[in-house]
Design a protein around this ligand. Structure first.
Ligand SMILES: [Mg+2]
Length: 460
């Protein structure tokens, strides 16, 4: 082995510089601390993934020091589910989306706290504002995680992205009082994997020259964008690691993954061209679809509407937003457009609520000789989702549907969109004329399947 130049940064004194040696340096030459990170490309890596550690639970512990050393669950009691579990609670096997009664069976001493969504959203905004002070290229994935593209920020900050990120991590800890974990690499997929490696309060970098070798022994499930169903199909064909995936036979891979095979093979080799795409502050969130042939039957239109509502709901939840008004858009065969809207008593991000209101609006516009070539559904008057008060105000049916939707969301995150569908949506697949619409949806699948992490928002 020959001497290499390592780019090194110390998490204790924040000094950074170059260190030569056969092995990566394990202590800071400046302060002697062992909390150092190094890589031959450390200062050149620009894509970061920042993830708050057990976000809701960390906020509750910050606000009440008396529960700091105790297992804490944020979630609904009785029929509710776990929205977040602190690291102590996780040692008992408690995970997000687990029914609270089940979690309490594993750990009867756990402190159960009702979620305070408005509070978490305002802290999330504070953190996001600090990210935006580093770079305008911030892409939030959920209330507590985001990608940052730090390209071109060195001159602005007078330091490498690694150093600027470490300073941000320290600032969030000292000024907001919670910890975040940071992954730094050259692609989104690698950055996302990296942030998960060193939790909590972690900082993990993966150099691009080393990426393929680092990935090779990792299980395929680590790949960002690969759903559980795809992982199961790969494992069924004997492909367990990223290394297996890279060297797999092309036909075998296409049989398991379909048209995404080459994209996923690239991911396993460390290649991921997806850019960090900042989302502008949305005024409304909507989804629409053009039918291959005009539709007139209420049942057929409802099946399409349900899929659209799920898409809108997913986007609302990802951005921690809820809509105060539902808008239905229909385009007639002569291209004239009709819109109908309904203001809600309380803002929602729930697919079942969007569908309930949307189908009421739709039912009024269907009937004899009324057919449509396009339909869209959207939500505007956006704001933070209603907090735990919704639990109290909701009637039993709504509460049950909310819980069901949280469970379905979780299944979709784990197993992919196809894992569970309503009969209405399933029947839609049987109609051959839907092919073009489905293909359009399929193109988006890789991005939509982006898995959420443990502490993501689950709707209670
Ligand atoms: Mg998190």
């Amino acid at each position: 082995m020959t001497d290499r130049a390592y780019q090194m940064i110390c998490r204790a004194c924040l000094r950074s510089g170059f260190v030569g040696g056969v092995q990566p340096p394990d202590t800071c030459p400046s302060c002697g601390n062992k909390d150092v990170r190094s890589d031959p490309e450390l200062f050149d890596l620009k894509i970061a993934h920042i993830d708050c550690d057990a976000f809701y639970a960390s906020v509750e512990k910050r606000d009440d020091p008396s529960i700091r050393e105790r297992p804490v669950i944020v979630g609904g009691r009785d029929r509710g589910v776990v929205a977040a579990a602190c690291y102590i609670a996780r040692q008992f096997g408690i995970r997000s989306a687990m029914p609270t009664w089940q979690a309490l069976k594993r750990c009867p001493d756990a402190v159960v706290i009702r979620p305070r969504m408005d509070h978490y959203v305002s802290i999330s905004r504070d953190i996001r504002a600090r990210m935006l002070a580093l770079t305008p290229l911030v892409q939030p994935l959920s209330i507590d995680e985001a990608f940052l593209d730090m390209d071109g920020t060195e001159a602005l900050h007078g330091c490498s992205p690694a150093e600027a990120l470490l300073k941000l991590q320290r600032e969030i800890r000292d000024e907001i009082g919670i910890t975040v974990s940071i992954g730094l690499s050259g692609t989104k997929s690698l950055a996302k994997m990296a942030s998960d490696r060193d939790k909590p309060n972690g900082f993990f970098a993966i150099g691009m020259a080393n990426a393929a070798a680092w990935l090779a022994p990792q299980p395929v499930s680590v790949l960002f964008g690969l759903g559980r169903a795809a992982v199961a199909r790969l494992e069924a064909t004997g492909i367990y690691t990223c290394g297996d995936l890279v060297t797999a036979d092309s036909h075998q891979l296409t049989a398991a993954l379909g048209k995404n095979a080459s994209t996923i093979r690239d991911l396993a080799a460390g290649i991921d061209p997806r850019a960090v795409t900042p989302e502008r502050e949305a005024k409304s969130i909507s989804a629409e679809t053009t039918f291959v042939s005009d539709l007139s039957k209420l049942k057929e239109l409802e099946a399409e509407l349900e899929v659209l509502c799920q898409k809108v709901s997913t986007r609302l939840k990802a951005q921690a937003l809820a809509g105060g008004r539902v808008i239905l858009k229909l385009k007639r065969p002569d291209h004239t457009i009709l819109t109908r809207s309904q203001t809600l008593p309380e803002p929602t991000d729930k697919a079942h609520m969007l569908f309930e209101i949307g189908s009421l609006l739709l039912a009024r516009e269907t009937g004899e000789r009324k057919s449509y070539r396009l339909m869209g559904i959207g939500a505007d008057q956006l704001g933070p989702p209603a907090g735990s008060s919704l639990l109290d105000l909701s009637d039993d049916t709504t509460l049950r549907r909310n819980n069901l939707e949280a469970a379905i969301d979780d299944l979709h995150h784990r197993l992919g969109r196809d894992a569970l569908q309503s009969g209405r949506v399933f029947s839609r697949k049987a109609r051959p004329e839907r092919d073009a619409t489905r293909q359009r949806a399929a193109i988006e699948t890789l991005d939509l399947e982006e898995p959420r992490t443990e502490d993501d928002q689950h709707d209670l």
